[in-house]
Design a protein around this ligand. Structure first.
Ligand code: UD1
Ligand code: CA
Length: 466
């Protein structure tokens, strides 16, 4: 029988303590939103364990913003509405009682509960919990961890049979000293939750219905204590948000290092969760690698590089202080120092982009050199063509962007411009300082510059007298 899990993301709370102008599930976290993390990890967990799973987000506070965001990005996620935020148990009751979900929630063998504000949790922990639950035929598992500064978390109070979770507000001084805390992540048998959820009341200091009370009378439940507390960081404050982002990056760097990526000083590398980097690549400090960036093997990324949504093939080099956005640097090509590759820049194998060069929406074939101080936009440049220093494609006529085509094995002298639309053929030679406004056939030579006049001895007329 295929295992089935109904996964519930609690995302109805207000998140006042975060002091951001957005509902907490939509708070920024790395290049994503907080709620993206549990959704992505749940999907991974389902597919890794061949589980038939369904994700539901319980929404309430500012749901008019939260719902459209999730609907647009994850059309398969369902919703349950919690009208009033009366606690985490009440949130789960809204899930089981949801009209939209029509009782399917009760048909899953297991129910998993995760908060929208614990973005560091990964599919690995979910798998570990699920393995314990099924191997030991338990009714429920809560993930716990040791926190030296446990303020704000529910404490795990272990008894001879089972355990209780006591919230900070309701704890005695003695209980507050307990450093084992509740992560807010649970997997339970659905039949067990339904039976125990009924009994939960709001007789506590907050007057809220605590989901943690679901474990109170359980005899066949366990708190699984994980050694690394950073994994369950709950984001309630901006400091915790910063810590969670740090922890997600740390995890990412460990994973990359394990796969053969070398860091010169990883504490100053900022790599987002979806970035891929191949074996043998070296990453210098002060680098920002974000979005869907895919970096191949044996690539060097020097300091100060900022790379987003770009592809870098094997053996390529990004030299210091270079910016890539939506660009493709092919095998053994190099860019920088101080280069900028904008969206649609496609740099061919072994091509070389030098300092203070900007490339936008242009395809450069193999072995092209644009070594110094140039702007190339809306252009196609053929194999082995050499572009001299200070070249400009004048691509904008004030209304539209126009195309420049330059063939292969051509030589464009320094300080030249092409006035697009214009075409330069293969094996052409453009003399330095030329402005090319008329197309050139293959093998042509062009020069367009003012003639020089030299008048001997006349300089003193213009030089300032001492
Ligand atoms: C909760 C746990 C605490 C645990 C901590 C871990 C309870 C009672 N306490 O406390 O034991 O140590 O998480 O981070 O569960 N939410 C709703 N509806 C509500 C209330 C909350 O959907 O009515 C959602 C929030 O949006 C949030 C999650 O539930 O995503 C947790 O709520 P929060 O108020 O942050 O609980 P904590 O005080 O952190
Ligand atoms: Ca919380």
């Amino acid at each position: 029988m295929k295992l089935s899990i109904g996964a519930v993301i609690l995302a109805a709370g207000e998140g006042k303590r975060l002091k951001l102008n957005v509902p907490k599930p939509l708070a920024p976290c790395l290049d994503k939103k907080l709620v993206d993390f549990p959704i992505k990890e749940l999907k991974k967990f389902f597919s890794q364990n061949k589980i038939e799973g369904k994700i539901t987000a319980v929404i309430g506070h500012q749901r008019e913003l939260v719902r459209p965001y999730i609907e647009k990005n994850y059309p398969d996620v369902a919703f349950a509405i919690q009208e009033e935020q009366r606690g985490t148990a009440d949130a789960l009751r809204s899930y089981f009682g949801s009209n939209e979900l029509n009782d399917i929630t009760k048909q899953f063998q297991y129910t998993l509960v995760i908060c929208a504000d614990t973005p560091v949790v990964s599919a690995n922990e979910l798998t570990e919990m699920f393995t314990l639950l099924t191997n030991e035929k338990l009714d429920g598992v809560a993930a716990s961890f040791i926190e030296q500064n446990p303020k704000g978390y529910g404490r795990i109070v272990r008894g001879s049979a089972g355990f209780h979770i006591i919230e900070e507000k309701d704890a005695t001084d003695e209980i507050r000293k307990i450093s084992e805390v509740n992560s807010g992540l649970y997997i339970l048998k659905t039949s067990y939750v339904l039976e125990h959820l009924k009994k939960i009341d709001s007789n506590n200091k907050s007057g809220e219905f605590y989901l943690t009370d679901v474990f109170k009378d359980g005899l066949n439940v366990k708190a699984q204590c994980f050694p690394d507390g950073d994994i369950f960081l709950g984001v309630n404050t901006l400091k915790q948000l910063e810590d969670a982002e740090w922890a997600i990056r740390e995890r990412k760097k460990i994973e990359l290092r394990d796969n053969g990526v070398r860091f010169i000083d990883s504490s100053h590398c900022y790599i987002d969760s979806e970035v891929e980097i191949g074996m043998g690549s070296v990453i210098y400090p002060n680098t920002f690698l974000t979005g869907k960036t895919i970096i191949g093997k044996n690539v060097t990324i020097e300091m100060g590089a900022q790379i987003t949504n770009s592809i870098i093939d094997d053996g390529a080099k990004v030299l210091a202080y270079t910016i890539l956005e939506g660009a493709h640097l092919r095998t053994k090509a190099s860019a920088g120092p101080f280069a900028r590759l904008r969206p649609g820049a496609d740099i061919g194998p072994e091509s070389k982009i030098g300092n203070f060069v900007e490339i936008k929406k242009s395809v450069l074939d193999r072995g092209v050199k644009v070594s110094h101080l140039s702007y190339v936009g809306d252009a196609f440049i053929g194999e082995e063509t050499n572009i001299g220093c200070g070249f400009i494609t004048c691509n904008f006529d004030g209304l539209n962007k126009q195309i420049t085509r330059i063939g292969k094995n051509s030589f464009i002298g320094s300080d030249s411009q092409t006035i697009a639309p214009v075409e330069i053929g293969d094996d052409c030679f453009v003399a330095s300082s030329s402005t090319i406004s008329k197309s050139m056939p293959d093998g042509a030579f062009a020069i367009s510059r003012g003639h020089q006049t030299t008048k001997e001895g006349m300089a003193k007329k213009f030089l300032k007298k001492k």
